[in-house]
Design a protein around this ligand. Structure first.
Ligand code: SF4
Length: 361
């Protein structure tokens, strides 16, 4: 059986080549070609002998993911639908810089999926509505980046684990993927340019803090009101908001990275004066940033209506909410709605391949 080399660490590649009767340094060469040069064929590995390349071609593969469709938004966001070896499908989203970004010219962000579907079932999220199939391997996570980087000339500078799935429920594969993406002998994306987003698994947040890699952490908070949070995110019944905040504080103390509080604004639900006041109060205790996110309708996965009536806050309302928080000394950004026209914005990934074809092909 052919072994996929994408997803193997340097140590694993060294072991692999030794198993084929080669010297360890051949593993270093493979690591360089796979992750630094991002080659798609063994024949491109020019410093590896023809005889060893033949052995590799027989025993191993460099195959990335099979691209099914590529949908391009009016704002330049690109959504890729990939098919995995077992025919499961996932989506990845390439996000161009927004005008406000300070490093606007060079930034190119890739949002990767970590699971096929998701078991958490947040009411505002399309992925949650399709259920859970399986975890992605580290190789399948890294392959999203390699597949896309092989076809675009511009360098991907940032990776956010905010696609389909809850990263903390696939912890070991996500961590392995982070280490591969961060490794300066390979893909070399700095820790501060990698973000993991979670709906709030307290134990894993603490575990990640202890790993000693100062990546960024984003928490899908959406409200500080315990009861309201339970209505939005089922696992909020298990983890109290106070425990989450303690875990974020721990993360900050260990990594010196200020966590980002993701806050989707829902009209007349979490946009009240009381909500703003509580956020400001929290900002006095916890070094953090707030990212306000416009709500994008997911009616397309709830044709008969979702379990909750959630409606977006108009743009002026989001700006007012942001200003109030800034006046309270919070660092606030407003996430752009990049890709919402192709259902690639926050919470909209649901592998509705058939609908895309009807609409775009
Ligand atoms: S928001 Fe994240 S955790 Fe919640 S259902 Fe969607 S993918 Fe899963």
């Amino acid at each position: 059986m052919s072994v996929s080399l994408i997803g193997l660490t340097l140590g694993e590649l060294r072991e692999y080549v030794e198993g084929l009767g080669e010297k360890r340094y051949r593993g270093d060469q493979l690591f360089h070609w796979i992750y630094r040069k991002k080659v798609a064929a063994f024949d491109e590995m020019t410093n590896i002998s023809a005889s060893f390349r033949t052995i590799l071609k027989k025993n191993a593969s460099l195959e990335a993911l099979k691209e099914v469709t590529r949908t391009i938004s009016l704002d330049g966001t690109v959504k890729f639908l990939f098919e995995l070896a077992d025919q499961c499908r996932i989506e990845s989203v390439l996000i161009p810089p927004t005008q406000q970004a300070h490093d606007c010219e060079n930034r190119l962000t890739l949002c990767v999926s970590t699971q096929v579907g998701c078991s958490v079932g947040c009411v505002f999220c399309a992925t949650g509505s399709i259920g859970f199939t399986r975890n992605l391997t580290a190789g399948e996570i890294v392959a999203q980046l390699l597949s896309i980087q092989r076809i675009i000339p511009k360098r991907i500078t940032n990776v956010v684990f905010m696609g389909m799935g809850e990263p903390m429920l696939n912890y070991s594969n996500v961590l392995k993927a982070v280490l591969l993406i961060n490794d300066d002998r390979g893909i070399n994306i700095g820790a501060r340019h990698i973000t993991i987003s979670t709906v709030g698994y307290v134990d894993q947040i603490r575990q990640l803090a202890d790993e000693g890699i100062p990546i960024k952490l984003a928490l899908s908070l959406h409200t500080l009101d315990e009861e309201k949070r339970k209505l939005l995110i089922p696992i909020a019944k298990k983890y109290a908001v106070a425990d989450l905040i303690d875990a974020l504080m721990y993360y900050y103390q260990k990594t010196r990275q200020r966590p980002t509080l993701e806050y989707i604004l829902f009209r007349d639900f979490n946009d009240t004066e009381e909500d703003r006041r509580r956020l400001i109060e929290l900002g006095r205790k916890l070094p953090c940033k707030v990212n306000l996110i416009p709500y994008h309708s997911i009616d397309f996965v709830h044709p008969r209506g979702s379990t909750m009536e959630l409606t977006p806050v108009p743009h002026e309302g989001i700006e007012r909410f942001a200003q109030y928080l800034r006046d309270g000394n919070l660092t606030v950004t407003i996430r752009s709605s990049s890709g919402s026209d192709i259902r690639a914005a926050c919470g909209q990934l649901a592998v509705f391949q058939q609908r895309y074809e009807e609409l775009y092909v």
